[in-house]
Design a protein around this ligand. Sequence first.
Ligand code: TYD
Length: 195
Amino acid sequence: MFIAFEGLDGSGGTTQIGLFADALRAAGREVVVTREPSDGPVGKLIRAELAHGAVGDAVFGHLFAADRRDHLDRVVLPAVARGAVVLTDRYFLSSLAYQSISLGLDRVWALNAEFPPADAVVMLDLPVDTCLARVEARAGVRDRFETLDQLHRVADAYEAAITRCRRRGDRIVRVDARGTPPEVHERVRELVWPA
Ligand code: TYD
């Protein structure tokens, strides 16, 4: 079982993955928690470039896809093969949302065509201003308007990407991410608890 958590920055994916992993482990399942950008060589390169911004948008599109290939081969597929539940903080829907803003959805779709859909995607839905408030509380944000504008763009891009993935048959579960972490966790459990 392979489950991806998605959402805007600040929507609570990392917290919810932790709670879901704890619950699954308490029920006796082996759980692997992972993330993209991954902790592998390409993921590390991406994190460094996200901080310095030396490469262009198209290169990022390729780097995210290369990291995804590495992440699947090195972490996700071996764990799924031995029966573990794999929870990833972001997967290709993040590329379809974030990279499509500059590259267009068709181009990013093509770059990600080889990747198998997760068994379920948990999309944490949280209003843009709530996300921004959380991100700001975590670390000072320089240009509030630019960030708000960008978050709105990402939110719109997620909608387009979700529509396209659902048309193909991907299972995307939308969860209301407002409220306390335990409240949201209960919603996630109800909707995607593996059999
Ligand atoms: P994020 O999960 O927010 O990492 P952290 O919480 O450790 O900073 O991911 C970092 C950023 O990378 C985030 O803004 C979304 C972006 N991203 C993409 O643009 N495309 C992708 O394919 C992925 C996986 C992430």
